[in-house]
Ligand binder design. Structure first.
Ligand code: UD1
Length: 420
């Protein structure tokens, strides 16, 4: 298995191009199941999770083509030949579960394996299932599969979500687009990726109001048509390279990065002594003087994103003073803590909070990546550590970050991939 070696101590200078958002691309690909016509997505990132989703959609029988050959355009659609999403594909990636709503809405039946994904807590799918049941689906679980039917079609209704789950909002939004009558999704998640999905569904002929708010109202239509949709830039990739620039002490321009999707992180970086400024075409990131400790708490959007928690903690591990990092979204998302501590960080976990006491210097060590965002936090720590850091098990990284080592090396980092 590949490893990544980083020799720390080099400030980053230059430009990094931010790709399309993985977490927008995956639900948008599932939306390809909603129409017989062609859905063309542009600005698609080249990632293992996208390849998994392509495999899943091909398994459902729809065409999944890559016109041109740089892999950044996807053309999806056509008749669905198979409504089963098998365990072997779904277990690799939780977002596969997003095919359930579209399959059920279009075909009246679906058999979808219960998901796996990153090992960050229990991550049930009860909110997806309850919402679909409220819309008239009949659901049972058998042999690790969700077996859902909607013999008379799905019917619109009011669904008040007990928690604004991103995936459940997306699944229900897609299902409601083809349901009979009006669906109201209250306490819906408001992440920018959901607004991107809403925009695409509207371009496909869906009737949705309340975009970007916690109350989405959907008037079901009998069919959706084709469309071409550009995927928004990845706010987590943007934030990750902002933390990398900050820990290295350099100055980096993040081309395509959007400040309007990263308000909470930019405020926390400011408190820590890192300036993020909007420029024509992207964001400029620069550490002003020393780094200072800053407290953060993860929350649903527009709060501080859980997907930036590990990277921000790596940054705080070398800040002056102490910081408290509180994780409110997932119950076991601190697996990076022991690995950062192996590099000389001083972090203790108390329930849902971690106290980070900044140290003057980290030291390179062999470390293990345990999930997608944790793996990139170890790379960030490695950029500031004395000596060599070897990040093992980088397959998590390849699921969600494109060409990390090339992008960082182009800005002066001493980093290379060691094929395993
Ligand atoms: C999405 C993102 C993921 C991000 C997360 C939170 C994608 C592909 N993934 O994941 O990167 O970390 O949002 O911003 O977009 N929950 C339930 N029941 C459910 C659904 C969720 O209890 O039916 C709980 C989960 O266990 C978790 C919390 O709700 O504790 C948040 O999950 P959710 O917002 O659904 O995240 P995902 O859509 O899985």
């Amino acid at each position: 298995m590949d490893k990544i070696r980083i020799r720390g101590g080099k400030p980053l200078f230059g430009e990094i191009v931010i790709g399309g958002a993985k977490n927008a691309a995956l639900p948008l690909m599932a939306a390809g199941l909603l129409t017989d016509e062609r859905l063309v997505l542009t600005n698609v990132p080249r990632l293992d999770d996208i390849r998994n989703m392509r495999q899943l959609l091909a398994n459902h029988g729809i065409a999944v083509d890559l016109p041109g050959n740089d892999g950044r355009i996807l053309s999806l659609g056509g008749p669905i030949g198979n409504t089963e999403a098998p365990y072997d594909i779904v277990r690799k990636m939780r977002a596969s579960f997003l095919v359930l709503g579209p399959l059920l809405a279009r075909m009246g039946e679906a058999r979808v394996s219960l998901p796996g994904g990153c090992a960050i807590g229990a991550r049930p799918v009860d909110l997806h299932l309850k919402g679909l049941e409220q819309m008239g689906a009949v659901i049972r679980i058998e042999g690790g599969y969700v077996i859902a039917t909607a013999p008379g079609g799905l019917r619109g209704t009011t669904i008040v979500m007990p928690f604004p789950s991103v995936g459940a909002t997306e699944n229900l939004l897609m299902a409601a687009s083809l349901a009979q009558g009006q669906t109201v999704l209250a306490n819906a998640a408001r992440e920018p990726e959901i607004s991107d999905l809403t925009d695409c569904l509207i371009a496909m002929g869906a009737r949705i109001t309340g975009r970007g708010t916690d109350k989405l109202t959907i008037e079901g239509v009998s069919s959706l048509h084709g469309a071409t949709h550009p995927i928004i830039s990845d706010r987590i990739e943007t934030g990750t390279y902002a933390c990398a620039a900050a820990i290295s002490g350099g100055e980096v321009f993040l081309r395509g990065g959007r400040g309007d999707h990263l308000g909470a992180l930019i405020r926390s970086l400011g408190e820590a002594g890192v300036e993020v400024s909007e420029r024509e075409g992207g964001l400029a990131v620069k550490r002003l003087n020393g780094l200072h400790g800053a407290d953060v708490m993860t929350e649903p959007y527009p709060g501080f994103p859980t997907d930036m928690q590990a990277q921000f903690m790596a940054l705080m591990s070398v800040a002056s003073g102490a910081s408290m990092v509180t994780e409110k979204i997932f119950e076991s998302r601190f697996m990076h803590v022991p690995e950062l501590n192996r590099m000389g960080a001083n972090i203790t976990v108390h329930g849902e909070s971690a106290i980070v006491r900044g140290v003057a210097q980290l030291s390179g060590a062999p470390v293990m990546a345990t999930d997608l965002r944790a793996s990139v936090s170890l790379i960030i720590a490695g950029l500031a550590a004395r000596g060599d850091t070897i990040v093992n098990r980088v397959y998590h990284l390849d699921r969600g970050f494109e060409a990390v080592e090339q992008k960082l090396a182009a800005c002066g980092a001493d980093i290379e991939r060691l094929p395993g």
